[in-house]
Design a protein around this ligand. Structure first.
Ligand code: F6P
Length: 554
């Protein structure tokens, strides 16, 4: 049975890391004058600079050997071919098929799935065109001005992130909103300013059984009926994206308003499918296709570039080195691009739901190496005034991915230049730090004489903290597609090296089961009284919290 830690490259990396850990990145930049050129890679306008990592050339070649030991290229090809690589659920993971051009063909189980995909894309196109030109009408003959997507996880985060990222392209005249949380605040705040006659709901759920989505969908239907809607009229105001036709029909959605989703598309990889319908409605079909094209471009690069020049592989290998050899537990993503405000949140689900596992593909508990890191993020420069303190001086080293565009969509070039300067300054500061002498000197330059060690220590930066930078021309749909696909493939490569199945998510189940039981007990308040929970097999903390909340309930 394959053991990751037995790979020759893994063992050499352990030794190499020990031997070189005292080396600072400052030293590496001096020792390797062409370090930036050799440790950066481009795909069209997108540049990936990974030179500010604590790895030397030999380390990089050992990491590429590790990717070979783990058979990453063969696994990648199996994924693109449509093999059932999601072994626990016996499914393919074919999100890459969703961005293939119409001229392509991919036969899986005797069926050309590209044909099916293109057919749904046509359905999205004609539906959105009818919305844009007002041909699609609500039950009173009014056109649609507002679309509310009700979904959660992958049925929300991806399209919500893309709609925000492409804000400068939102010119279709239709407002798109997202509701995900079962907290009534989410739906009610969204509906507060909407007119039921002009509102269309997309119920987005691959399974069509997700508690939050169904509860919100039913609440939305009640709101529609309470605001002049009729049961028969509801079919004009509710459409669905789902892989479960029976449940969709049971909800009362007509077949022509059901956009199908296939088993081979995982929730967190689904924004390229009809789950992307709100994107099409917000920015139009052409921009959605440009997004798909960008992802396809990254797919082709991932498939064809040698490991040493392969952007997703190198991003993943830098992550592996930080996690497994340097022992860093976290990873931060900081786009210096305000419209990427929800990028980190999307990548959180992508990365942590895929690689937050402690059992390998053979069912063996993993106790000899670490898997997915804790991923956090938020945009710069705001982040500099919140979590950056810990990145510079905290006791944990947390590597950062910076994202920055050369051009803004907005007219003020001075502020955008400040934004770029801040991004580059942060990665430089994390790498170089500031030692005692430099701190004394810097303070002196500001007219502050610091003579005691304590005052200097507070102002010293250790530096030698890793970061990657992704730099691109402008955040347009094509570039955004490339960036998302880049992270999808990064997560895949890391999963292959860790020998885990990145495509299931059993870890989200237990809490759901327990919530059902607790929900019943919280509801018993009216009839059975406070004592009833004492008979249930809860731990003392859960029991105490249930009782306290029941006592406080109005
Ligand atoms: O959080 C678990 C999960 O299954 C995610 O993987 C998925 O994206 C989300 O719930 C929503 O699932 P569905 O689209 O079936 O409602």
């Amino acid at each position: 049975m394959k053991r990751v830690t037995d790979y020759p490259a893994w063992q050499q990396l352990v030794k190499h890391c020990d031997a070189t850990s005292a080396m600072s990145m400052r030293d590496l930049f001096i020792a390797e004058p062409d370090r930036f050129d050799s440790l950066s890679v481009r795909v069209d306008d997108l540049l990936f600079d990974y030179s500010k990592n604590r790895i030397d050339r030999q380390g990089i070649s050992l990491l590429t050997a590790l990717a070979r030991d783990a058979d990453v290229e063969a696994r990648r090809d199996a994924m693109f071919r449509g093999e059932a690589i999601n072994i626990t659920e016996q499914r393919a993971a074919l999100h890459t098929a969703l961005r293939r051009p119409a001229s392509d063909m991919l036969v899986v189980d005797g069926r050309d799935i590209v044909k099916d995909i293109i057919q749904v894309r046509h359905q999205m196109d004609s539906f959105s065109t009818r919305l844009f030109n007002g041909d699609y009408k609500g039950h009173t003959g009014k056109h649609v001005t507002d679309v509310v997507n009700i979904g959660i996880g992958g049925s929300d985060l991806g399209p919500a992130m893309v709609c925000e990222a492409l804000s400068p392209y939102r010119d279709t005249g239709i407002n798109v909103h997202f509701v995900s949380n079962i907290d009534p605040a989410d739906l009610l705040r969204t509906l507060a300013n909407l007119d039921a006659e002009h509102t269309l709901f997309i119920i987005a759920s691959k399974s069509f059984t997700t508690l939050e989505t169904l509860a919100n969908a039913h609440a939305a239907r009640r709101w529609f009926l309470d605001n002049g809607g009729t049961t028969s009229g509801a079919s004009k105001h509710f459409v669905a994206v789902s892989g479960n036709p029976a449940k969709v029909a049971e909800f009362g959605i007509v077949p022509e308003n059901h956009f199908i989703l296939w088993d081979f598309v995982g929730g967190r990889y689904s924004l390229w499918s009809a789950i992307g319908l709100p994107i099409v409605i917000a920015v139009g079909m052409q921009r959605f296709e440009a997004l798909l094209d960008g992802a396809y471009r990254m797919d082709q690069h991932f498939l064809s570039a040698p490991i040493t020049d392969n952007m997703p592989m190198l991003l993943a290998l830098a992550g592996i080195y930080n996690r497994n050899f340097l022992g860093y537990r976290g990873q931060v993503i900081t786009p210096y691009d305000h419209n990427l405000g929800r990028f980190a949140e999307h990548i959180q689900q992508l990365d942590m739901e895929s690689n937050g596992k402690s059992v390998d593909v053979n069912g063996r508990r993993i106790d000899d190496y670490d898997t997915g890191p804790i991923l956090l993020g938020g945009t710069g420069t705001n982040a500099q005034h919140s979590y950056f303190q810990i990145l510079h001086q905290g006791s944990d080293v947390i590597p950062v991915d910076f994202l920055i565009a050369a051009n803004s969509h907005y007219p003020d070039t001075n502020r955008h230049r400040e934004l770029m300067a801040n991004c580059l300054a942060q990665s430089e500061a994390l790498m170089t730090g500031r030692n005692v002498d430099e701190t004394r000197q810097a303070m002196g330059d500001h007219g502050i004489e610091l003579n005691d060690d304590a005052s200097i220590n507070h102002r010293v930066f250790d530096g030698n903290r890793p970061s990657n930078t992704l730099a691109y021309r402008r955040l347009d749909p094509h570039t955004l597609g490339m960036l998302i696909a880049l992270y999808e493939h990064k997560v895949f490569v890391e999963g292959v090296i860790w020998n885990i199945n990145s495509f299931d998510q059993f870890g989200v189940e237990l809490g759901k089961e327990l919530a059902g039981k607790i929900n019943t007990d919280l509801d018993e308040q009216k009839s059975a009284g406070v004592e009833s929970t004492r008979t249930k097999a809860y731990d003392a903390s859960t029991r105490g919290l249930i009782d306290h909340l029941r006592l406080l309930k109005d």
